[in-house]
Design a protein around this ligand. Structure first.
Ligand SMILES: [Mn+2]
Length: 353
């Protein structure tokens, strides 16, 4: 079944006549069209792709299942014309702006508008073989960049320089860009889980956390490694070993039929047992795909069951204010029996003299 057919199945089950897609990743997922400025209008019979003059040829080539419409800059006028017959119209309530929703409502005054943000994201959560192949490639590119970083990191470099080198490595290897603003955080900054690269210079006696990833043909990777510069104290080793053990236990726990909550609890328990429970304030992981953060997640609240084909990060951390922090992150693919770790970069305690 094509993705469009699967979508229609979902719409049929939800008793929806039409569905409007505006989120770029959802549009790309369903149609194949990778350009910007697009709206999909899908019914059980019709599949329309609205875009403007700049993208018509590209859309025709990339989205053969869709009828391509040049809708100029105002997609809502065209939508209201093509949507005259629809009674129950689904849309992405988590994406449309308040202003656009007003226009949407005016154009579909006779219809019932139903916010169904999960319709496409549920399809997207199970990756098909072509998607898994692209994610493998994006992961491989990030692994290579980490390998190169290990050869170039020096005391006195700024976090920004380290981040830039990571990005150069990945672009050279075929990435179209980074999958988010890289986190390069050293010393006490490594206690900030989302400390983006700054002009701080890396010094001896510090942790250095690098959290980065590539986009390859639309698909994201995400990896975190923490290394040590100089001569570590016992506590540095102890914190690192605790995070690594929790990360390995989390990976062991990933399997179909488990909830994200159960997997999170396994890794969290190890960090709590070591006495660092208060210093692990975020969830264990998130899915990745066309977007860097997708559902389902691994966290204290996630009730969804893991299924084969999901691709998810496992990334525990310990962050001690005014001291430093450690996070280790791999991407895993949920399989029939457990999971396959896609990330291959080394994760033993690495020390730069
Ligand atoms: Mn992540």
């Amino acid at each position: 079944m094509s993705r469009l057919q699967q979508m229609r199945q979902q719409m049929h089950n939800g008793n929806i006549d039409a569905y409007v897609v505006m989120r770029p990743e959802n549009g790309r997922y369903l149609s194949g069209f990778s350009g910007g400025e697009t709206t999909l209008y899908i019914t059980l019979e019709k599949a329309l792709l609205l875009t403007d003059f700049r993208y018509i040829e590209q859309a025709k080539a990339q989205a053969p299942e869709f009828e391509i419409i040049d809708a100029g800059q105002d997609h809502f006028t065209t939508l209201s014309e093509v949507g005259q017959q629809a009674q129950r119209v689904g849309f992405e309530g988590d994406f449309i702006t308040y202003v656009d929703f007003g226009k949407f409502k005016d154009g579909f005054s006779q219809a019932e508008l139903i916010s169904l943000p999960d319709l496409v994201s549920h399809l997207r959560s199970i990756k098909d073989s072509s998607e898994i192949e692209l994610i493998r490639q994006a992961v491989k590119i990030a692994d290579m960049a980490f390998d190169e970083a290990l050869k170039t990191i020096e005391i006195g470099q700024t976090e920004e320089e380290i981040g830039l080198n990571l990005e150069f490595s990945m672009r050279r290897a075929g990435a179209s860009g980074g999958s988010f603003d890289f986190i390069v955080a050293s010393g006490i900054r490594s206690a900030m889980p989302h400390g983006t690269a700054s002009s701080k210079r890396v010094q001896s006696g510090e942790f250095l956390t690098m959290d980065f990833g590539a986009i390859y043909q639309g698909y994201c990777s995400d990896i975190t490694r923490t290394v040590f510069i100089g001569d570590p104290e016992d506590k540095h080793r102890q914190v690192y070993d605790t995070v690594l053990a929790a990360q390995r236990a989390g990976i062991q726990a990933v399997a179909p039929g488990r909830t994200g909550k159960e997997v999170d609890a396994v890794a969290r328990a190890m960090i709590e047992k070591a006495g660092y429970g208060d210093y692990f304030g975020h969830g264990l992981g998130h899915s990745v795909g066309l977007a860097i953060h997708e559902g389902p997640n691994l966290n204290k609240r996630e009730e969804r069951l893991l299924e084969p084909g999901m691709v998810i990060t496992v990334e525990p951390g310990i962050y001690i204010p005014n001291w430093g922090g450690v996070r280790i992150e791999d991407i895993v693919l949920v399989t029939e029996n457990g999971c396959e770790v896609l990330t291959k970069a080394p994760k033993e305690f690495i020390i730069f003299e």
